[in-house]
Design a protein around this ligand. Structure first.
Ligand SMILES: Cc1cc2nc3c(=O)[nH]c(=O)nc-3n(C[C@H](O)[C@H](O)[C@H](O)COP(=O)(O)O)c2cc1C
Length: 203
C-alpha cells in the first residue's frame, strides 16, 4: 500500500485523491436567488445527508481565490436554496450551468431549464428534476484555508418541502431505477446507477 501524508503534497494532488476515491458522489443541482433577483443554478458533488431529524443536507461550496461562488453568496444572503437530484434526463443541461457566469447572468436561462415556483421559500426550483427539496439555510460554516481566507463554505440546509414525481413514489419509498440518478466520478466522468444487490444486516 502507498502511504501518503497530505501535508507533503499539493492541494491539487489531495483533490485528485479525494475525488478519485470518494466515488460515486451524488450531484446536487442547487438554485439560489441573488439580491437582484437573478436565478442562479450550479451542480455540486460535495453533497450528502446530514440527518433526518429534522431532514438536513450538506453542500460544500469551494471558494475561488478566497471569493465565494454565487451559490454560497446567494444562499447565505437569502437564507434559502433548492436542491435538485441530478438525473440522466437533464444532466447535460446541469453541466452547462457549471459555466462561470457573472452574478447578473442566469445559468438557468443559459441551459434553457424551466423555473418553477417553490411553496415554502422564495427561491424557485427547476421543473426538469424529478426530485427537489426546498431548503432553509440552517448554518453556513467557513472551513479550511486560513481564518482570513477559508477554502470553502459548508452549507447545511433544512428541508422544508420535498417535491417528488408521483411515478417515483410508493409507500414513502423512492424508485431508484426510475429516478435514473447520475453521480460524479473524477474529472469529467459520471456514472449511472449500476447493478443493485441486497445484503441483510445482522440483527
Ligand atoms: C458535476 C459537477 C459537480 C461539481 N461539484 C462542485 C462542488 O461540490 N463544489 C464546488 O465548489 N464546485 C463544484 N462544481 C463546480 C461548480 O458547479 C462551478 O464552480 C459553478 O460555476 C459554480 O456556480 P456559481 O458560481 O453560480 O455558484 C461542480 C461542477 C460539476 C460539473
Amino acid at each position: 500500500m502507498l502511504s501518503i501524508d497530505p501535508n507533503t503534497q499539493s492541494e491539487r494532488d489531495n483533490y485528485k485523491l479525494l475525488t478519485g476515491s470518494i466515488i460515486p458522489r451524488p450531484v446536487a443541482f442547487v438554485t439560489t436567488l441573488s439580491k437582484e433577483g437573478v436565478l442562479n443554478g450550479a451542480p455540486f458533488s460535495y453533497f450528502n445527508i446530514v440527518t433526518a431529524n429534522p431532514p438536513m443536507i450538506s453542500v460544500s461550496v469551494q471558494r475561488q481565490a478566497g471569493n465565494q461562488k454565487d451559490t454560497a453568496r446567494n444562499a447565505i444572503g437569502a437564507g434559502e436554496f433548492v436542491v435538485h437530484i441530478s438525473d440522466e434526463t437533464y444532466v447535460e443541461a446541469i453541466n452547462e450551468t457549471a459555466a462561470p457566469l457573472p452574478p447578473n447572468e442566469s445559468e438557468i436561462e443559459l441551459a434553457k431549464l424551466t423555473p418553477i415556483k417553490s411553496e415554502a421559500i422564495a427561491v424557485p426550483g427547476v421543473q426538469e428534476a424529478s426530485i427537489r427539496m426546498e431548503c432553509v439555510l440552517e448554518r453556513a460554516i467557513p472551513l479550511g484555508g486560513t481564518e482570513a481566507q477559508p477554502a470553502c463554505d459548508l452549507l447545511i440546509g433544512r428541508v422544508v418541502r420535498f417535491h417528488v414525481a408521483e411515478r417515483l413514489y410508493e409507500k414513502g419509498r423512492i424508485d431508484a431505477e426510475g429516478l435514473q440518478p447520475v453521480s460524479r466520478l473524477a474529472g469529467n466522468s459520471y456514472a449511472k446507477l449500476g447493478e443493485q444487490f441486497e445484503i441483510v444486516r445482522p440483527t
